[in-house]
Design a protein around this ligand. Sequence first.
Ligand code: FES
Ligand code: FES
Length: 927
Amino acid sequence: MRGEGEAAPGAGRAETRRFRMRVNGAWRGLEAAPSARLSTVLREELGLEGVKVGCDAGDCGACTVLVDDASVCACMVPAGRMEGCRVETVEGLAKDGRIGRLQAAFLRAGAAQCGICTPGMLMAAEALLRRDPAPDRAAVEEALAGVLCRCTGYAKIVDAVLAVAGEPVAAVRAEAGAAVGARLDRLDGVPKLRGTEAFGADGWPAGTLLVRAVRSPHHHARFAFGDIAAWRAAHPAIRAVLTAADIPGRNLHGVIPNLADQPVFAEAVARFRGEAVAAVVGPREAVAALDLEDFPVTWEPLDPLLDVAAAQADDAPLVHPGRPGNLLIEGRVTTGDAEGALRGAVAVVDGDFSTGFIEHAYIEPEAGFARRVGWRIEVHACTQAPHMDRDDLAAIMGLAPEDVRIVPTGVGGGFGSKLDLSLQPFIALAAWVTGEPAGMVYTRPESMMTTTKRHPARIRARVGADAGGRLVGMTFEGQFNTGAYASWGPTVANRVPVHASGPYRLPAYAARAAAIHTHCPPAGAFRGFGVPQAAVAQEMLFDELADAVRVDRLEFRARNALGVGDPTVTGQSFAQGVGIGACFAALRPHWDRLRAEAQAFNAAGGPRRRGVGVAGMWYGCGNTALPNPSTIRVGLGADGTLTLHQGATDIGQGSNTVITQICADALGLPIDAFQLVGPDTDLTPDAGKTSASRQTFVSGAAAERAGRALRETLLRRLNAGPEARLTLEDGVIRAGEGRLDLREMAGETNEHGYVFMAEETFDPPTTPLDANGQGEPYAAYGWGAHLAVIEVDTELGTVRVRKLVAAHDVGRAINPTLLEGQIEGGSAQGLGLALMEEYLPGRTENLHDYLIPTVGDVPEVESILIEDADAHGPFGAKGIGEQVLIPTAPAILNALRDATGVVIRDLPATPDRIHAALRGLSPRTAP
Ligand code: FES
Ligand code: FES
């Protein structure tokens, strides 16, 4: 919509002028710079914060609004062009205080996970439905093509839009005791659909100061500040300039306390491109307009180490002086004589594999504000780990942990990266120093440049089998580029050797994984902690090995799958809950049918070839061989209010809903009776971090225990038996003949304000690993297997994934709709890992150059939920969060080999690499 010669939206600070537009049905007069972004004007002038901003560059579609019934990216439209236009935002969709039909369809389908893309999706769908009230699937996909979602895999969003033309679907209601297993609407869904959910950039107090960071433009550089006082004098609006010298506590943070090594502000040397060296604080307009290029800092670029080969060269400089060889840490698991077993195998395959940095690409860049409250600091920001943030921030601020309050905002996607501190120290320090609220929103490039990534991996593995197609031994060596700072590198190094065998019996096994420093952004947690990279190597080699011993590829896996009582590679065995065999069995009919269909398709000839691939996975729920407790509190107030203090951060995966379902059935009251208190370090006990597929399993088990404990207390007071039915109505609780009027017990409340309360902790039983990695690192594993059908254009090298069938043993499906959403979303990320995603520091720092799957890239996903209950999990449930991504990439890559014979071992398998391989060129050297 930009006219020739017209400034790009948001450019400069042109003079303001008055104009009028009709916004959500009401005429609004505005004074704004004509070049101001419409998104900025809607959010900041009109308070319509349902308009989300994910990139400010037209790439993500989060800011989609309607202008005269057409969907447009509001960040790309100059506000000055809106004179006399009708502008509609998500806030206009609800009528008379009720969500509209499209929003209800989203809620019912489970189409909103984190919810940050939801307003944009809704508006794009609304534009379509006004043109075409009964669109077909292709029309819906086309209409949504410009809006990115990183959580859902799009399937439920498309289903929701299609459902609008049909009969309205009623919400599922669950009676007391029947919440577990029910497809209940997400309890926190409505605010996401109305655009009222407050994410990190929303709901800042009036007058909040803005913080911006000064960052290194070099991967590795020495630096020195010039005359900061003079620079500040030239910018009188600036309220503070912050550097390492302003940090009251320690200038260090890290998710693993004894390895904390990342400075808030670099001192003298920057170790990765984008590392902060200073921050400026001041009024929003003034700071936003600053050109930080003229900040007084001089850089002396130094040679960077950008991959593990360079970092391990004999003459490589050390990224950290105390870490020789740039080795952060390594982990190993050994059992039996792997080399001897391979010598005795009838077939051995081996291979070298590599994967690159993968960007989390959540649609919400890091954002939040902090305020000083006396001698305490409060931080309202997006995070996956409030209590970890509190403790790390307390050390930085020189405060006691109880003097730091973390109030997580809505989290617009995390996938592991929002476990680490990002902007929290900057805003806390700014608020502390100025005494005023201070906020920060990372730009998209800033987010991509500076936050953690999936570890790039270089893997070498060998695996052998006997004549009967049974695995006899495996070796695995993985080098993981952990970037400039430790972050979750130790977790990757420890978790990978445990998992690199896959969910199979391997009597002889030797696996090692090393985390190696470079001058790259810190690599941290990303859905799987290194296991997805390991699974690519292991599952691709298994396909080759199955062929070598002439066993059907699915049968090979089923034959070697772990079962009840079988020792894992760490010597652990389970008496129940080993569902991998059932996953492979569930795929069997699909495998046979889809392979026959592919063969028939290929027999017709032509440049397109179809292939079918399969891969299995396992994933330990929770921390590896470390304590991992969660605590949940539930209380009954004297007014009859039943409150669940649920501190497990819901980043879209559904813990608010699932944990409440669990507690409701354990207690025996209907889920509608619950009021939720979400994560807040002042109000909720520590439910640990949202990572490692632990919240359903660990926090859910704590919620189950808390619910049961409260039930026992109530039944005892009511003199009722264990099977009695509890009711709660108008402040009166009953069971059997017993009756308690809570309103008469107001004088008996405890320090939390409850008449009755239970607070329970669950810490999964694990044992430390010994020097050979032997022990019981997890109380439970999740199991799964994916089957992929792809079509390859052999002339272009392009791949279309046509279908995924995903079988997962979830122990107990607490909420099948949410589980399917995890599977669909996780497998979309696995597809990206296989075929398109690679973050290149300095080159792909935006969502234009870094591609993630769009609605047009994802296939139909058929989910199969298997319920092999775990003894520890709540109602038998296991985790699912990372499990869903792990088998997708190897299944797709195995399908590529099945279709064409091409083996791509350096990811992603982009069309140029596939094309080169099809022409017989080495994919490693392909252009
Ligand atoms: S914020 Fe406008 S397209 Fe991303
Ligand atoms: S629900 Fe779409 S980005 Fe999270």
